[in-house]
Ligand binder design. Structure first.
Ligand SMILES: [Zn+2]
Length: 306
């Protein structure tokens, strides 16, 4: 049976919305809308502006379609069970009851999810890890946080699970979180760009550093190797504790492809003991549509359990 969902992925700068036809094996976007994310003076005002904009998008996408449910995903810390945006540094809200605010304006069942976890759900059901039950999806961008699926179900720990970017691996460098030694202080795309600049005085994006690695630039290679090493140490924690069958690497950093996966696979393999489950390392397949597709899955799964 096919259900139609409207899915909205609220990003820090842009909102993506789609009408998505969902059945057991696929989620097909039928129509897309994109809008800039409105910004408010303070947290509560921003939450209100975002809620109003999402309600407007839903109205526009419903014009000529019957819709069964709405799924909205947001960044930051999200408590899916209570429908609350716990905290978002980018959007400025804290403890915002987003699902209830949306339900007041939209006469359809509304689910609220977390952007990274929803994207992970989409990769596990429809993308790089389809068919697998124990999956970690790791988008690497300005930060690093994992979506965890155990036995096919998302695990959110009240909104706090998956913060593998902030595991202290002992290198002692400061992190944006206020602590030191974090994985993402060496291995995020922002960290790679910053560390290359610190070594050379040259401003390069992480994608440009990746090109320089391929071209044989020794500074780029040193920064890259440290990033891969930090990432492998973070993955070792995940593999030891969660034993996934598959780890999916996504985000801007994973566009480096083999340049990332091959040394990472080798470094991780070198650290594993006999008792570890060997995970497959895959590159994400759904790109920046994963959040929206995941929001559509969350919306329609909510229907089936009611
Ligand atoms: Zn940190």
């Amino acid at each position: 049976m096919t259900a139609n969902a409207i899915a909205v992925d609220v990003g820090g700068t842009e909102m993506k919305a789609a009408l998505v036809a969902v059945d057991r094996h696929r989620a097909e976007p039928l129509r897309w809308l994109r809008r800039p994310t409105p910004r408010g003076a303070d947290g509560a005002a921003t939450a209100e502006l975002v809620v109003a904009a999402v309600a407007e998008l839903v109205t526009e996408l419903r014009v000529d379609a019957s819709v069964d449910a709405v799924g909205v995903v947001v960044p930051g810390a999200v408590d899916e069970d209570r429908g609350i945006g716990v905290y978002s540094a980018n959007l400025g809200w804290s403890d915002a009851p987003l699902r209830d605010l949306l339900a007041e304006r939209i006469d359809l069942p509304v689910s609220l999810g977390h952007d990274v976890r929803a994207g992970g759900l989409a990769e596990a059901r429809l993308g790089a890890a389809r068919g697998m039950r124990d999956v970690v999806v790791l988008p690497i961008g300005t930060g690093i946080a994992a979506a965890l699926l155990f036995d096919g179900q998302l695990y959110s720990g009240g909104g706090f699970a998956g913060e593998i970017g902030h595991v202290d691996i002992g290198h002692g460098e400061p992190c944006g979180c206020g602590r030191t030694g974090c994985v993402e202080a060496l291995a995020s795309s922002a960290a790679v760009a910053r560390r290359y600049r610190e070594r050379t005085g040259v401003e390069r994006s992480s994608a440009e550093v990746a090109s320089a690695v391929r071209a044989g630039d020794p500074d780029a290679q040193a920064v890259w190797q440290e990033a891969v090493d930090a990432l492998a140490k973070g993955l070792l924690v995940l593999v030891t504790v969660a034993a996934p069958e598959c780890i999916v690497l996504g985000g801007g950093f994973a566009q480096a492809g083999d340049l990332l996966t091959e040394p990472l696979r080798d470094r991780l393999e070198g650290m594993l003991a006999a008792y570890h489950r060997r995970p497959r390392l895959e590159l994400a397949e759904l790109g920046d549509t994963a959040g929206c597709l995941g929001a559509a899955l969350l919306a329609t799964e909510g229907l089936r359990t009611k």
